[in-house]
Design a protein around this ligand. Sequence first.
Ligand SMILES: CC(C)(COP(=O)(O)OP(=O)(O)OC[C@H]1O[C@@H](n2cnc3c(N)ncnc32)[C@H](O)[C@@H]1OP(=O)(O)O)[C@@H](O)C(=O)NCCC(=O)NCCS
Length: 153
Amino acid sequence: MEFFPSPLTLDQTRSLVSRIGSSFEEKGFGLWAAELKTTGEMIGFIGLSVPAFEAPFTPCVEIGWRLSPTHWGKGLAPEGAQRVLEFAFRELGLPEIVSFTSGLNQKSRRVMEKIGMVYNPRDDFEHPLLPEGHWLRPHVLYRIRKETQGAVP
Ligand SMILES: CC(C)(COP(=O)(O)OP(=O)(O)OC[C@H]1O[C@@H](n2cnc3c(N)ncnc32)[C@H](O)[C@@H]1OP(=O)(O)O)[C@@H](O)C(=O)NCCC(=O)NCCS
């Protein structure tokens, strides 16, 4: 079972790029392009966003990621996400970052764990933008606070 939707159309891609640009202009953060240090190849994104729905944990800033499958399994998402957390806490001065995903998305949950985020079952929620009964609707939430970042086991 995989967790990436159908490829975006050209129009959807343009709209996403525009929204990412607006986020950097308005908030000072967004989804950064993730590039390989060795070659400069762009392999996906890792970054920060503000969820566009209401839930018990909002308003908040979320960290998220999506990499090309050919580059999975090399620890690249955790490596980039650590840098993003440092930026969020040191440069932006944010007190807490959250991350959420379908409870079934073990790959993403592993990234959250590797960067020191903590899961609490009490934060489990049904994603309000997915229809009731959708297999991806049950979500888990992970958190990390400024004072604990860097204390990764
Ligand atoms: C989640 C994602 C960013 C992880 O990136 P990554 O750089 O591969 O992260 P890691 O190398 O640390 O691997 C994390 C876990 O993914 C799993 N994994 C990695 N590569 C895999 C592969 N090719 N096949 C199966 N599982 C794999 C492993 O469980 C791994 O944990 P482990 O190191 O304890 O074994 C990537 O899988 C992805 O882009 N997924 C699709 C998008 C997505 O789900 N985004 C989150 C939406 S909320």
